[in-house]
Ligand binder design. Structure first.
Ligand code: PLP
Length: 380
């Protein structure tokens, strides 16, 4: 959708993009300055495959001070973004036919990565009524002797849902009964959380050794283009990720790593500023979505997405008589007629929804929601 939107925009059509998953802010100045300094200091050569030791130490310190989690640097592997970390973990852990349990909706790449590793994705469906969160009973029912990994994001892309400590504890009780299952916890939206402090499933000591935390700098520090992420895991998994990465990408960009150290060492002031803007926009979009007949939404607790239910429009026709059959049709219709780029929920494993990113200016959001309302009102 982003690509299609760009094509229309290149023809001079004013497209508002609510389809991309990145903060609309610039990387904070102190981080950019650290990169400039790294260049001047000639951090321009190959770096160690799992990352510079002082970056890994800064990550260890962050995990202790912000999350109260104990790791040492041999358990940290830095990569070219959370995406590579997810892929490294799946490629090292999953053998053909292994089952990976994934709650839907999920971030698009999860199931594709499992397919690349010749594993099998086993989906647990959720919906807006349950705030897109799974229950322990659903988890238990999805487990088979072939289950190798459970993977999820909290805060979640695409729903913004956040598991509370109690909800995580209830899932942990299930994992305690199944000691062969690893848990991949994607915490890339950790700092865009409007409920409370971030809760990591790695805080539960009974399963901590089986948890692989994936995190990074893209969302919290508006550093999507820098490509900097990491895992925190047991030493064996970390060593396997190091080994795989050593034969594929090697260590990530030296300059990005030096900047990452400063991002973590200089605290969260810039992150909090961004979060405040996201909070304001969340209210704005929530109110505007609620004014659109046929659209049902919840109030997401984190990230910067809404995932409203739009199935009431299926079966309706546009002005040319084309029938809206699914969420991709609706997203395409909104792009062509409303000139707003969104993403159909089918990309995330739940067809009855669309994803809207509110990482856009307040004015763009107001105009986008006006256009969406108008375009949907034309469907008959
Ligand atoms: N995990 C989730 C849930 C995401 O939404 C994204 C990016 O959109 C990533 C991982 C990848 O992050 P990175 O830019 O660090 O590779």
């Amino acid at each position: 959708m982003t690509k299609l939107g760009r094509e229309l925009a290149s023809k001079g059509i004013n497209i508002i993009s609510l389809s991309v998953g990145e903060p609309d802010f610039n990387t904070p100045d102190h981080v950019k300055n650290a990169a400039k300094q790294a260049l001047d200091e000639n951090y321009t050569r190959y770096s160690p495959v799992p990352g510079y030791p002082d970056l890994r130490q800064a990550i260890v310190n962050k995990l202790k001070t912000e999350n109260n989690l104990d790791y040492d640097i041999s358990q940290i592997v830095v990569s070219t973004g959370a995406k590579q970390s997810l892929s490294n973990v799946i490629l090292t852990l999953i053998d053909p036919e292994d089952e990976v349990i994934i709650p839907t909706p999920y971030w698009v790449s999860y199931s594709e990565m499992v397919t690349l590793a010749e594993g099998k994705s086993v989906f647990i469906d959720t919906d807006i009524e349950s705030d897109f969160k799974i229950t322990p009973a659903q988890l238990e029912a999805a487990i088979t002797p072939k289950s190798k990994l459970f993977m999820f994001s909290s805060p979640c892309n695409p729903t913004g849902s956040v598991y509370s400590k109690e909800e995580l504890a209830a899932l942990v009780a299930v994992f305690e009964k199944h000691p062969n299952i690893y848990i991949l916890s994607d915490e890339i939206y950790e700092h865009i959380n409007f409920v409370d402090k971030h809760e990591s499933i790695a805080q539960f000591n009974s399963i901590k050794d089986r948890v692989i935390i994936v995190n990074g700098f893209s969302k919290a520090f508006a550093m999507t283009g820098w490509r900097l992420g990491y895992i925190a895991a047991n030493k064996e998994i970390a060593a396997a990720n190091d080994k795989l990465q050593g034969q594929t990408t090697s260590g990530t960009c030296s300059i990005a790593q030096r900047a990452g150290i400063v991002a973590y060492e200089q605290g969260l002031a810039s992150v909090l500023e961004m979060k405040e803007a996201f909070l304001r926009r969340r209210e704005l979009v929530y109110n505007l979505l609620n004014e659109i007949p046929g659209v049902k939404t919840n109030l997401p607790d984190g990230a910067f997405y809404f995932f409203p239910e739009i199935s009431s429009f299926f079966g309706k026709k546009d002005a040319d008589g084309n029938v809206i059959k699914d969420s991709s049709d609706l997203a395409l219709y909104l792009l062509n007629v409303g000139h707003v780029a969104t993403v159909g929920g089918d990309s995330f494993g739940n067809n009855n929804y669309i994803r809207l990113s509110y990482a856009a200016s307040d004015e763009s959001l107001v105009e986008a929601l006006r256009r969406i309302k108008e375009a949907l009102g034309k469907l008959a």
